[in-house]
Write a protein that binds this ligand. Structure first.
Ligand SMILES: [Zn+2]
Length: 261
C-alpha cells in the first residue's frame, strides 16, 4: 500500500491525518446517486464550492455516505428527537465501527459543479481518535474525512454526513440555537472528534442533527439516517439563517422597501 503521511497544518483543504491510501477503480456510479444529487444542490447554493475570495481560494465542503446505506428512509417520518433516542440506543447495542466504511467526495473537488465516480474515495477504516484513515479509490478522500468519521462513530444509525461552509449560519449560530464545538478546536483532529462526541452524549444534538464547528471558519455539519435526512436538516437551517439575516437587514434599514402605488 502506498503510504502518505501528512503534516499537521491548519489550513482549509489540507489533509492533516495519517493516510494509508491505495489507488483503486471508482465505485459503481449507481451507488453514488443520492450523494450526487445532494452534492449538486449544495454546490448550487454555494454551500460547497471554491471561491478566490474565501479560504485562500481552496475548495470547501464535502459529503459522504456509508457504503452499505440502504436508503430505506426517504424522508424523515419521525421527529428528530425520536430518531436521536433510537440512534443512541443502537449505538449502545452495536459497535458503530462494524459499519465504518463510507464513500466521500475527494480532496480539492470543490471547484467542480458536477462530480463523477472518479471524484469519490472509499474510506475503509477511520480512527478519529488516533488521527488515522485507510482509504482507496481514484482520488484521495477529503481533508475533512476524519470529522465525517467522528460523526459516523456516534451511531450505526448515522448513514450520511454533510459538511458545508456557510457564513450566514456560522454568524447566526447563537440565534439559531445551534450546538457548536469549541472555538479553539480545529477541524479534522482527535480533539474535534472528542468535542463532537461530547455534544452527542450531552444530548445537544437531540433537537436537530446539525452542529457548527466553532474552530473552523463558517464550518457546519449535518447528518442523518440517509442523504435526504442530512440534506433537509442542512437546508432547513440555511433557510432560517437567510430569513433571520434578511429580517436583521430590514430592521437596520439596509433593505429597500418597495412602495406600491
Ligand atoms: Zn471545511
Amino acid at each position: 500500500m502506498n503510504k502518505v503521511t501528512s503534516i499537521v497544518h491548519e489550513k482549509e483543504g489540507v489533509i492533516k491525518y495519517q493516510l494509508d491510501f491505495a489507488v483503486a477503480e471508482p465505485v459503481d456510479a449507481q451507488r453514488l446517486k443520492a450523494l450526487q444529487q445532494w452534492r449538486l444542490t449544495l454546490y448550487q447554493l454555494g454551500l460547497i464550492g471554491q471561491d478566490p475570495e474565501r479560504y485562500g481560494g481552496l475548495g470547501y465542503g464535502n459529503i459522504s455516505q456509508r457504503c452499505f446505506s440502504d436508503d430505506a428512509h426517504d424522508l424523515p417520518e419521525n421527529a428528530w428527537a425520536d430518531i436521536y433516542d433510537a440512534a443512541v440506543a443502537l449505538a449502545e447495542s452495536q459497535n458503530p465501527d462494524d459499519r465504518s466504511g463510507f464513500l466521500i467526495s475527494g480532496t480539492q473537488t470543490g471547484h467542480l459543479s458536477e462530480l463523477t465516480a472518479e471524484h469519490y474515495a472509499l474510506v475503509n477504516h477511520c480512527d478519529p481518535l488516533n488521527n488515522h484513515i485507510i482509504a482507496s479509490g481514484p482520488v484521495k478522500p477529503s481533508s475533512e474525512a476524519l470529522t465525517h468519521g467522528a460523526i459516523y462513530a456516534l451511531s450505526p444509525d448515522i448513514q450520511a454526513v454533510i459538511h458545508v461552509h456557510s457564513p450566514e449560519i456560522f454568524a447566526l449560530r447563537n440565534q439559531l440555537l445551534l450546538p457548536s464545538t469549541p472555538d479553539h478546536v480545529p477541524y479534522g483532529t482527535p480533539d474535534m472528534a472528542n468535542a463532537v462526541r461530547s455534544l452527542w452524549s450531552e444530548g445537544k444534538l437531540k433537537s436537530a442533527p446539525v452542529l457548527v464547528m466553532g474552530g473552523h471558519q463558517d464550518g457546519v455539519i449535518s447528518f442523518g439516517r440517509n442523504m435526504t435526512e442530512a440534506g433537509m436538516a442542512m437546508l432547513n437551517v440555511f433557510q432560517w439563517a437567510r430569513a433571520l439575516r434578511l429580517a436583521e437587514e430590514a430592521e437596520a434599514g439596509h433593505v429597500e422597501r418597495v412602495t406600491a402605488f
